[in-house]
Design a protein around this ligand. Sequence first.
Ligand code: G1P
Length: 357
Amino acid sequence: MKGVILAGGTGSRLRPITHTGPKQLVPIANKPVLEYAIDDLVEAGIGEIGIVLGNKGRAEIQEYFGDGSDWGVDITYIVQGAPLGLAHAVGCTRDFVGDDSFVVYLGDDLMREGITELVADFDPAEYAAGIGLQEVDDPSRYGIVDVDDGGDVIQLVEKPDDPPNNLALIGIYVFTPAIFEQIETLDKSWRGEYEITDAIQGLLDDGHRIQSHVVHGWWKDTGKPEDVLHANRLVLDDIKTRINGTVEDEASVTGRLELGEGSVIEEGAVVRGPVSIGERTVIESDTYVGPYTSIGDECEINGAQIESSVVVGESEISADRTIVDSLIGRKATITTNQDKKPDGERLVVGQNSSLEL
Ligand code: G1P
């Protein structure tokens, strides 16, 4: 079985964080979103991975993942160009896939339990496709699926106005090459996209069987800033303490902490985990870093109280301010101007930052 990751989205909902960097490299607990998908595919035993890229952020993604050898896999990059929908993206992988079955993973999704079970369960002799499902609270935002008692899919509908139930497609699919013929016959949907949901419905209409697999651990799409913060909390909930940097004697650290090489938590600083801190970052003496915060590489945090936030990296925050539930882009500078009256602060915020003080 091969793996396909769809990473062609533009990340418009994450602006301004994604004005220059691709959304697929936005870090969740100091690991790019897309790397979670790669890790899950590797764990499921998949050795050949095709990543479908759009026009945006292509070079950065290729530079980060290279030929895949750091992950022990072969990565092929496939260019989708214009984002014409998930079915179009899957259609672009036809040459890469050849005659194999393949698993498709939406590149901005995170799944706590990975995909090993779903992949192992799939039986290409019986089924033309397998789909991952989970119950959701807001079914009209998703592809919704009806299944029979044996788990066979009866019907699929994309973002129904009147959902028949709340069992949603979560963006993990297993296909045989039969899907490609269906993709060729598709018309665009009301939202102007070639929908993979319609292609799977086409398989059903042609008499193929579709297997369903309900996924139990949490699943998170990281399309919006609040989703990134939520995913960060979910991942930090599971981290273990791993200190590769320096915690000075008089620093106060409680709870679980990941501290990367070359990073320092200075005397007098307070860190309450779960917290993830990247490499070569300094948490200075009068700083508080509270639970569910991730701070990337090469940051300097001085005098701030920061909690439940993601600081992407290469930022300087020198402000006696409380920063909560914030997503702070790469190379942001946040300072206060103590001399300015009345009580004002001067913010120099990098162009890629989204910040509420
Ligand atoms: C896409 C699929 C939808 C699925 C969802 C999962 O929706 O079309 O069927 O439920 O991903 O995240 P989109 O994110 O394009 O709105």
